[in-house]
Design a protein around this ligand. Structure first.
Ligand SMILES: C[S@@+](CC[C@H](N)C(=O)[O-])C[C@H]1O[C@@H](n2cnc3c(N)ncnc32)[C@H](O)[C@@H]1O
Length: 203
């Protein structure tokens, strides 16, 4: 695939790129240079590449699945239409970024590979429904260190499921960025809040 073709499926406008860079810069250098980050939802690897320039090690999780049943009804068709090319674009980008580890599959598949309190930053950018974001949080919150961060993308009107899930499960103590990234410090209190929500949600 030619670089020109790969660029055609890339979706992040420049202001978003800058916003994600600012998100990375909001962590101290000392923190970033040893930080393990897990990204849920990598698509063509645009955000992954930016994050890999800011953080020590990035695990990029995505099924890159073109099955129509596994597509995102909450998002634009752009994400779904080019998933095969998106994976090619991701693989091309990754050749230059040895600190990215590609994990192909739904996030559920990989939670067991991470121990509790082992992740410094979780970045959620999978599907955008309330249920999907809530499930991503439930799957991973125990893996995030106290003193680490739980974050994600698309806290914006167009994706109300993200706003609802973030507000309901995590509360209001967030930092927001120009690219609609959101960020919470993981504390013991926040873990307990998520656990409580999880228990009520199961009933
Ligand atoms: C919005 S796109 C990600 C965009 C990318 N982070 C960026 O900013 O360049 C959403 C991606 O999430 C992936 N996805 C959906 N559900 C997922 C899950 N449960 N685990 C991992 N990835 C998922 C989709 O395959 C899709 O590629």
């Amino acid at each position: 695939m030619k670089l020109r073709e790969l660029k055609s499926i890339i979706m992040r406008p420049d202001v978003y790129k800058e916003g994600l860079k600012n998100f990375s810069r909001s962590f101290s250098c000392e923190f970033r240079e040893r930080a393990v980050l897990v990204e849920i939802g990598s698509y063509a690897g645009e955000s992954t590449e930016i994050l890999s320039k800011g953080f020590y090690l990035v695990f990029a999780i995505d099924p890159w699945d073109s099955n129509p049943e596994s597509m995102d009804s909450s998002s634009t068709e752009r994400y779904n239409a080019g998933i095969v090319d998106a994976e090619k674009s991701f693989d091309y980008m990754r050749q230059m970024r040895p600190n990215i580890i590609k994990l192909k599959g739904n996030d559920d598949l990989f939670t067991y590979a991470f121990s509790e309190n082992s992740i410094d930053v979780l970045y959620i950018d999978g599907f955008h429904t309330f249920e999907d974001v809530k499930k991503n949080i439930f799957n991973w919150y125990l893996k995030v260190k106290v003193g680490g961060f739980i974050c994600g993308h698309d806290y914006k009107e167009e994706t109300p499921g993200v706003i609802q899930a973030v507000d309901a499960v995590l509360g209001q103590e967030k930092e927001l960025f120009d690219d609609t990234s959101w960020k919470f410090l993981m504390t013991q209190d926040l873990k307990e809040r998520i656990e409580e929500f999880y228990e009520q949600d199961k009933m």
